[in-house]
Structure formats: structure tokens, C-alpha cells
Design a protein around this ligand. Structure first.
Ligand code: DGT
Ligand code: CA
Ligand code: ZN
Length: 576
């Protein structure tokens, strides 16, 4: 068990204070918990150490026998039974209400008692129905503050990674497809556009009038709460906090509804405007000329209306795709089937879970022609003869495997650190023996834009530099990209023939869609790689493909669509 920090103890006490306050409990008790939280947080030593030393906690300011016992329990078990009991008595969504600006425990209690508001959704509904105005003390100023607060909260609200939402959406779609009366069930929204993060799961179903689809939807396992319930539209909240929306429509309007709820909003608005200019109307129910429906059963109907090409969902962001579709010059987006190899992966030689041979066999099963093994060299120092020996051993093993294996070729590579001064963390004697390198920044993320850019460009000047791995270093929702002049980096890559990676790990997806499009426009080639650390990870390629498609990439832009011989030829042009 990780050691309990003072921060965690203080958080627990504050949460207790909030919940007691909502209950209208004795204000002195509430204040005692808040004071205790402050004492713990401000104390220079860790409570965990004090407990271990048998220190008398009651000697601390504001800590009596009861609170001392609770601190000991938290330190020893990592939890507090009393808090868990309190939580059970309160709707889990109440905590979210407390965080809305303008709402404290007292007001949350009032809303709970008078209007039965238990969640953000309830609060939004009450705002829409103008019920708050009747609550004592809720003047127009406070209501405006709450309304704004909710808006920003909604904006910042937790978004889910594509890889978290998609499997759940696919699971639900598969269940609903089998229900009586279901004709089509499809994922819509940002999830269908394969955005790297999504706010919710939007589903659209075409059903016969008599169907079981909605009933099954409302009875899915793992529902925390039904937010809205109707015959044509319902919204549920899953236990993991994801909202899922289902719309059920007749088959004749399925295309129009699917199109509408796939978005993006900007893409839809642009098309609707064009329809109006032609004296027609597009809405979620169909395409209309006056009161007459002239299409909408299929999504293609909408694009056919303007004589334009069908636009893939990944491109529907109003970033120029409509003009290109009208000209019939849309890119032919790269597909998973076109991928012939994976150029970034780790084996048991570093922190991977599978051997080189296992990775190669798995890649072959996925239909690939080649892989590059790119174990880390972070700890490889020139002086460490042993490490160099180990790399040599790996290269020999690869030679032996290439002799022995049929239908798959293993390229010799390594993930090489780019040091702060822009040099590559590996001796030339080894670099020379590799087929390609995957070079990455793993340290000094906070260098100035100018220094970071110069560092990467300097690294590219090394004749052994092949691919820039995860070029911005971001981790979605966890770490911002480092500050770098991407245009300058791409300019250098173009000049030297270096490749930029699109790392397919769902929490990286680095490059992002905008940068992919920029690379394409600048003539810089991309390698879509999984950075796999296990056999399963090799299947993450699809996430990279989707991101590439959002960035308009075609087969010709992606180096690992090349055959082995074409790739080798390309690598020779980079290695000067
Ligand atoms: P998200 O959920 O934030 O990840 O992104 P989306 O694009 O899934 O947005 P969402 O769930 O609010 O709405 C789904 C689609 O419905 C959206 O992409 C386009 C359509 N839509 C929503 N609101 C509007 C609107 O006010 N006007 C138009 N034309 N379409 C809208
Ligand atoms: Ca959505
Ligand atoms: Zn890696």
C-alpha cells in the first residue's frame, strides 16, 4: 500500500465536513473537521511517520481523541470507514454540485431539500425550468454565477480517451444490434469521428415501429442512473461516469439522423447553409424541399445532393473538406489494411513483456512484412561495455531470427534518447550497425521553445537519425506537449528526409491531427507506430490510423505502408 500523505488525510476530513454540512449537522462538528484538515495539511511532518513513532496526535492543535483515532485508521488502512458510511447516505453526484461556483454545502442542502436536486443534471434541468428563482436567497446574480459555473465545468468536465469509450460503445452496439426490430445501430458523435477524446457516447439506431431496442438500452448492465428516458431518445449514465445517448428513428431518416449526430457541428452547419442556398433544408429527420422529403435514408444522400464526394467521418471538422469534396479531390485516407510493418516496439531486452521472436510472430499474424525492434538505450553509456555487449547480443539474435523466420523481417533499431545538447545517447559504433533509429526526447521537457527546437534540429543533423518518436511528448490529460516550434522541426525533417512518428498509444496519439495535416502539407513523411510493450499492444495500430485519417494522411504519406524493399530504399536515402 502506498504511504498515506497529509494531503489525503486533509481531503478526507474536508469531504466529511462537506457531507455533514449538507446534512445540516452541528456546525461545530463541521468546523472541527475543517480545522483538523488545515492542521494536518499545514503540519511540517507526515502523519504517517508520527503514527509509526507512536507520537501523541492529540497534542496537535484541533486534534482530539476521536480525530486522532481517525488519522491512525487512515494511515494504517488507507481508508476511513466513517467516510464510507457517510458517502453511502448521499447521492454520489452531490460532491460534483459542491464544486459549482456559487454553491456551498448550505445551498446544496437547500436545493436538495426543496427541489430534490442531487446531481449536475438535476441542477441544469432546474435552471432550464427556472425553478431556482423560487428558492430563498437565490437572486438573479447568484443564478447567473451558477449558470456560468456549470458552463465552464461542463467545458472542463472529464473527457474520455477514445480507447476508453470505443470498446464500451462497441459492446453496447453489439447488444442492441441483436434486439428485436433493430435494423441498424451505429456509433455517432465525436466517437465516430475518432477524436482522441470524447465527452460522451452518441448512438443512433434505425428500428421498426415495434422494437425492443430502447428497452434493452435502458436495462443494460452497469447503469448508474437513467438521466432521460423516452421512446425515441434516452440518456444513461454508466457506473464509470460515461454518458450514453441513444436515438431511435425509422429507417427512412436514419442517414440524416446519423449524419446530424456525427457532426461535427461546424461541418453540419456549413452543409445546412449550402442546402438553404439551393432552396432545400437538411435536418436530423431528412432532406426536404418544402414539406417533401427528398432524401435522408442514407448518409450519402446528403453529399449526393451537392454532387460532392462522400466525406469520411474523421474528416468532418470543417477544415476544408467540403471544398475538396465539391472539387472531387478529397484525399484517399490511409487504412489499417495498407500497413505493412510496425517501426517502434520494445521487447524483454528493455521494458517489453515479449521476446523478439514472439513480437515478430505476432506481427506476422497481423499480416505485416516487417518490424523494427527499438529497445531503450536510456541507460546505455559509452563506458558501459556490458550494455554495448547486450546490444550486440540482440543484433546477433535478430540476424539468427531473420535466417530462421519465414514471411517476416526484423529490422535492427533502437529508441535513442536525444540528450539536452541534441546529441544521440549512443555510440556511433552501434548506430552504424542499425537499419534505422527511433529518436526521442524523454528528459528536460521544460526547456524554452527556442532551446527545445534547437535540440531536436541538432539531433536530426546526426546522419543516423531516422524517425522522431512521439514528437511533442504529450500524454493526453496528464502532460502538456513540450514547447517546440513544430514548423521548424518539420522544415528540418523535410530538408534531411527524416520521418516523424505518429505514436499510436491511445494516451499519446502524438502527432495530433493538426500536426499530421501540417506534415502532409509540408511534404514530411510519417511512420505510424504502436510503441508496443506487449503482444496485445501491437493491435493499437488502429488508433494511430484513425488519428492519421483525421490528419488527412494517405498511403503515400505513411512510410510503413511501403513494402520492405521500398522502405529499405527510402532508409538509404536518409542515411547519408
Ligand atoms: P463531444 O461529445 O464533445 O466529444 O463532441 P460531439 O461532436 O460528439 O458533440 P455532441 O455530443 O454535443 O453532439 C453530437 C453531434 O450532434 C455534433 O457533432 C453535431 C450535432 N449537434 C449537436 N449540437 C448541435 C447544434 O447545436 N447544431 C448542429 N447543427 N448540430 C449539433
Ligand atoms: Ca458526443
Ligand atoms: Zn518506445
Amino acid at each position: 500500500m502506498p504511504r498515506v500523505t497529509n494531503r489525503k488525510i486533509a481531503d478526507i476530513f474536508n469531504e466529511i465536513a462537506d457531507l455533514l454540512d449538507i446534512d445540516g449537522d452541528n456546525p461545530f462538528r463541521v468546523r472541527a473537521y475543517r480545522n483538523a484538515a488545515r492542521t494536518v495539511l499545514g503540519y511540517p511532518r507526515e502523519m504517517a511517520d508520527l503514527v509509526e513513532e507512536g507520537f501523541d496526535l492529540t497534542s496537535l492543535r484541533g486534534i482530539g481523541r476521536e480525530l486522532a483515532k481517525k488519522i491512525t485508521e487512515i494511515v494504517e488502512t488507507g481508508r476511513l470507514e466513517y467516510l464510507e458510511k457517510l458517502r453511502k447516505r448521499h447521492p454520489p453526484q452531490l460532491e460534483a454540485l459542491l464544486k459549482v461556483p456559487g454553491l456551498g454545502p448550505g445551498r446544496v442542502r437547500l436545493l436538495h431539500e426543496l427541489l430534490h436536486i442531487n446531481s449536475l443534471e438535476d441542477l441544469e434541468k432546474a435552471l432550464r425550468e427556472r425553478k431556482l428563482e423560487k428558492v430563498p436567497g437565490f437572486g438573479p446574480k447568484l443564478i447567473a454565477k451558477i449558470e456560468n459555473g456549470i458552463q465552464t465545468r461542463r467545458y472542463e468536465a472529464h473527457r474520455f480517451k477514445l480507447s476508453e469509450a470505443l470498446p464500451i460503445a462497441e459492446w453496447i452496439v453489439n447488444i442492441l444490434k441483436k434486439t428485436k426490430g433493430a435494423v441498424h445501430v451505429e456509433i455517432a458523435g465525436s466517437l465516430r469521428r475518432r477524436k482522441e477524446t470524447v465527452h460522451d457516447i452518441d448512438l443512433v439506431a434505425a428500428c421498426e415501429a415495434q422494437n425492443d431496442t430502447m428497452v434493452y438500452f435502458l436495462n443494460l448492465p452497469k447503469i448508474q442512473k437513467i438521466i432521460m428516458k423516452g421512446t425515441t431518445r434516452s440518456t444513461i449514465l454508466l457506473e464509470n461516469g460515461m454518458r450514453v445517448d441513444l436515438r431511435v428513428v425509422p429507417a427512412e431518416s436514419f442517414g440524416a439522423t446519423l449524419h446530424h449526430f456525427t457532426g461535427s457541428k461546424a461541418h453540419n452547419i456549413a452543409l445546412r447553409k449550402m442546402a438553404v442556398e439551393k432552396g432545400m433544408k437538411i435536418n436530423e429527420y431528412g432532406i426536404w424541399q418544402g414539406k417533401k422529403r427528398i432524401g435522408g435514408e442514407k448518409e450519402e444522400d446528403i453529399y449526393d445532393l451537392f454532387g460532392m464526394q462522400y466525406i469520411e467521418p474523421e474528416m468532418r471538422e470543417n477544415r476544408g473538406e467540403i471544398a475538396r469534396a465539391l472539387e472531387h479531390t478529397l484525399p484517399t485516407l490511409v487504412t489499417l489494411a495498407e500497413i505493412r510493418g510496425d517501426l517502434h516496439m520494445h521487447t524483454t531486452y528493455s521494458d517489453g513483456l515479449a521476446s523478439i521472436e514472439e513480437m515478430a510472430q505476432q506481427a506476422k499474424r497481423l499480416g505485416y512484412e516487417y518490424i523494427a525492434v527499438t529497445d531503450h538505450t536510456e541507460h546505455l553509456k559509452v563506458a558501459h561495455g556490458m550494455d554495448e555487449k547486450r546490444v550486440r547480443a540482440q543484433l546477433e539474435e535478430i540476424d539468427a531470427l531473420n535466417e530462421q523466420l519465414e514471411g517476416i523481417t526484423i529490422l535492427k533499431s533502437a529508441e535513442v534518447d536525444i540528450l539536452e545538447d541534441g546529441s544521440l545517447d549512443m555510440p556511433n559504433s552501434i548506430l552504424e550497425a542499425l537499419d534505422l533509429t527511433v529518436c526521442s526526447v524523454h528528459t528536460k521537457f521544460s526547456l524554452s521553445r527556442q532551446k527545445q527546437t534547437a535540440r531536436i534540429i541538432k539531433a536530426m543533423e546526426d546522419p543516423h537519425f531516422t524517425i522522431l518518436a512521439h514528437p511533442t511528448g504529450r500524454l493526453i490529460g496528464l502532460r502538456e506537449p513540450y514547447d517546440v516550434n513544430m514548423e521548424a522541426v518539420m522544415g528540418e525533417a523535410k530538408a534531411r528526409g527524416c520521418i516523424l512518428e505518429l505514436n499510436a498509444q491511445p494516451d499519446r496519439l502524438d502527432l495530433n491531427d493538426i500536426h499530421c495535416k501540417m506534415a502532409k502539407e509540408m511534404g514530411v513523411r510519417i511512420a505510424i507506430s504502436t510503441d508496443a510493450h506487449s503482444l496485445k499492444d501491437l493491435e493499437l495500430m488502429r488508433y494511430g490510423i484513425w488519428q492519421a485519417r483525421r490528419g488527412w494522411l494517405e498511403k503515400a504519406d505513411v512510410v510503413n505502408t511501403l513494402s520492405l524493399s521500398a522502405l529499405k530504399k527510402l532508409l538509404r536515402t536518409i542515411k547519408r
